[in-house]
Design a protein around this ligand. Sequence first.
Ligand SMILES: O=C[C@H](O)COP(=O)(O)O
Length: 256
Amino acid sequence: MTKTIRPLLAGNWKMNGTRASLDQIKAIADGVKTPLSEKIDTLLCPPATLLYVATALCDDSPLAIGAQDCHQQVSGAHTGDISAEMIADCFGTHVIVGHSERRRNHAESDMLVRAKAQAAHDTGLIAIICIGETAYERNSGQTLDVLKRELIGSVPDGATAATTVIAYEPVWAIGTGVVPTSEDVEEAHAFMRAELIERFGKEGANMRILYGGSVSGANARSLLDIPHVNGVLVGGQSLKAADFLAIYAAFERQFA
Ligand SMILES: O=C[C@H](O)COP(=O)(O)O
């Protein structure tokens, strides 16, 4: 199946990385300076402490830099939070919102995630909105209901293909080394595509839908072959340049 949507390879460093890791960012930034980067987008989301330096390191690279979360308000008395404007001020272009670790560890609701995505849009950032079912929800047959509810609740009404990326991350696949079957990924992505088209029409047809959860250089190719998988959101395997670049290389067959 030929895919026409420009894919995205995104890395999420989570709460990992200090100044000592900047050489990995530099190696990734240099490693994606190949002709393939004319066909695919690459993005790395280091911790907020490294954002500004990371964007400087990527000055002459197609690698974009983004953040892992933003507050829903523009500014104010919100100790420890960062705003979308602060991310943009560091030359970040994307922000992940609604990651399952934030939903779980910070009790973030769909409504809050939607407000964060809206704040990103209002600031000109691309919002990567994460959704996905837990093991319990999957085992009790609720997967598609959860995806529908989270899509409706977390994605702002004005979302477009240019401003919004959906990341499907089954919670049980994150950091476990367990990846759903191709059939399960295909079913979930086809379902999300249909839901997005119903709500957003042409914009929904063109919105990128990433798969995330234990993606590696070894399994990226088969995941990218699945219809409506328009890229991947990578955690652990984005920390080392060699691992990230192995996943980058996996995009060659489908998209070069
Ligand atoms: O944001 C990234 C995901 O949570 C996936 O993490 P992982 O690749 O370590 O499973």
